[in-house]
Structures are given as C-alpha cells and as structure tokens.
Design a protein around this ligand. Structure first.
Ligand SMILES: CSC[C@H]1O[C@H](OP(=O)(O)O)[C@H](O)[C@@H]1O
Ligand SMILES: Nc1ncnc2[nH]cnc12
Length: 288
C-alpha cells in the first residue's frame, strides 16, 4: 500500500479545516463502505504527511447519526494513515471540567442505537479487544502538547457517546454524572471502534464547550454556546494539534493498536465469502 499520509486528523464541530498545511491537495476518496463525509485534504504539517477530514462535512451538513463512520475510517486507512488525531466538542459532566478546557478521554459509555460500528459481517466474524479503547501513546502525545502550550489538557476520563441530535434530558445528564462520566458527545465511540478494527491508533482532544443541562449555575447547552466556545478556542486546538504532530515518534508503532486483528478473526478462512474477503483486503491481507 502506498502511504500517502501517516497521520489523520478528524475535525469536529468548529474545526472544518486545518491551518498551516503545506503542499495541499484535495481528494474525493471512495471506499467499499461508501464515500466519506467530505473530500480529504492532504498536506504536510510539521514535516509529516497529514490527511484532514471534516467529520460533519464542510458547512456541517451531517447529523451524528448520519456520519459515514466506516467510510471515514476506511478512507484514512486507504491513504496509509496509522494514527488518528480526533478533535471534538463535548459537554462537561463535572464541575471541574470547564468550558475551553481540553479533556483526553480514555473510556466510553455507549448510549447510541442507530449506527453500524464494525467492518465485519457479511460472512466474516471478528472481535477486537476494546478494554482500552483509546491509544495510550497518542493520548499522551496530546496531553504533553497541552502541557507544552500551557493549556488545560486532562489525560483520562469517560466520554458518554449519545445518539442525538437532541441534547440530553436533565434526568439523563444527572444519570451520566451518577455513573462518574466526565464528558458527553455524539461522535467518538464509533470512530474509536472502527479505528481499532483497522489497526489505526485513535485518540481525541475533546474541547469542553458547555455544562450540558445539569448545572444549576449555567444555562442549558445550546448550539450557539457550542459554536461560540469552539470558535474562540479553535486556535488553541490547532496549536495543540501541531505540537502533538511535532512530537509524534516516527517509525514502527510500539502500541498494541498495530496488531489488533492478530487474534480477532473467528471465521474459518475457507468459509469467508470471496466478495467479503475482497472488500476487507486492506485489513486482512497482512494475515493472509
Ligand atoms: C454542535 S453541538 C453537538 C455536536 O458537537 C459534537 O460534534 P463533534 O464530536 O463532531 O465535535 C457532538 O458530538 C455533536 O455532534
Ligand atoms: N452537551 C453536549 N451533549 C452532547 N454533545 C455535545 N457536544 C458539545 N456539547 C455537547
């Protein structure tokens, strides 16, 4: 596989392009799972080859439930991406996580119900380990980049992934707080699952934009609030991204993400339908 990019950036609410990319080209990638959310922007940043994808499309056209998660991750895989840096807006479920803080979650709770979050099926069964859903190495790079720039970037925390598009009820928000969750969003869990199946490292820099609807001292979350905070903080997010990319080690990865599929496939090779085998060649070829 020709490696056109090493690092993928998925930009979320408020981040629809990446400043500072040089030698920029744009590509409409297609995949066996359909088209990604938007044309992918390829370029160089801090001496590394980067692919940028706007998760909701430019102009924010796609609902969280409408996101082509499989096409997005597969398209980045096709370009040769080995590590994904995701940026997302999140609501805070704890007093200590204030709007404009960054949190780098390391766990998820799934509250979605209308999404496909696996490349398997159609005659092939696979089960990857997901106890540690985030790549610890990439998460640490994000945390160090925040520290280097003097912005709050807390390493660890639980991200509740809800279906949306409506924000939570107060009862739900308080329930998630009682579970000890840290932040809430609508997009990251499926990306993390699919990245793991694609043996791509994945971590998120989650920007706190609001206190959801549980905080008696703050108004309930609105889109206006999310936009205001994410726009005001987009510069910081881009600085953190650049610093992270500057310090990402080159060469072979030492984390387990790179071999996540090694013991994951249950199906007898002979029983996998030829078409399915072909569709997943990019993931399976290295294991014959
Ligand atoms: C605009 S508020 C809700 C919206 O913001 C977050 O998006 P992303 O994760 O892409 O930054 C959240 O998940 C919802 O999709
Ligand atoms: N309160 C919230 N709930 C879900 N997703 C969000 N994204 C930003 N703020 C959010």
């Amino acid at each position: 596989m020709e490696q056109r990019a090493e690092i993928g950036i998925i930009g979320g609410s408020g981040l629809y392009n990446m400043a500072g990319l040089t030698n920029v080209t744009e590509e409409r990638v297609t995949t066996p799972f359909g088209d990604p959310s938007e044309a992918i922007v390829l370029g160089e940043l801090e001496g590394r080859r980067v692919a940028f994808l706007a998760r909701h499309g430019r102009g924010h056209r796609l609902l969280p439930s409408e996101l082509p998660f499989r096409a997005n991750i597969y398209a980045l895989k096709q370009l040769g991406v080995e590590q994904i840096l995701s940026i997302s807006a999140v609501g805070s479920l704890k007093e200590e996580h204030k709007p404009t803080d960054f949190v780098i979650p390391d766990q998820f709770i799934d509250r979605t119900f209308a999404r496909t979050a696996t490349f398997f099926g159609d005659g092939i069964v696979g089960h990857v380990a997901f106890g540690d859903p985030i790549c610890a190495d990439v998460a640490k790079v994000f945390a160090s980049a925040c520290a280097e720039l003097g912005v709050v970037g807390k390493l660890g925390g639980t991200y509740v992934c809800m279906e949306g598009p409506q924000f939570s009820t107060r009862a739900e928000s308080n329930l998630y707080r009682s579970w000890g969750a840290d932040v809430i969003g609508m997009t990251n869990l499926q990306e993390a699952k699919l990245a793991r199946e694609a043996e791509i490292c994945y971590a998120t820099l989650a920007m706190v934009t609001d206190y959801d609807c549980w905080h008696t001292g703050h108004d309930d979350v609105t889109v206006e609030q999310v936009i205001a905070v994410s726009h005001a903080n987009a510069g910081n997010a881009q600085h953190v991204l650049k610093a992270a990319i500057r310090s990402m080690p080159k060469g072979e990865r030492t984390c387990g993400c790179a071999s996540a599929l090694k013991f994951a496939i249950m199906t007898d090779k002979a029983a996998i339908p030829a078409e399915t085998r072909k569709k997943l060649a990019l993931l399976l070829d290295k294991y014959n």
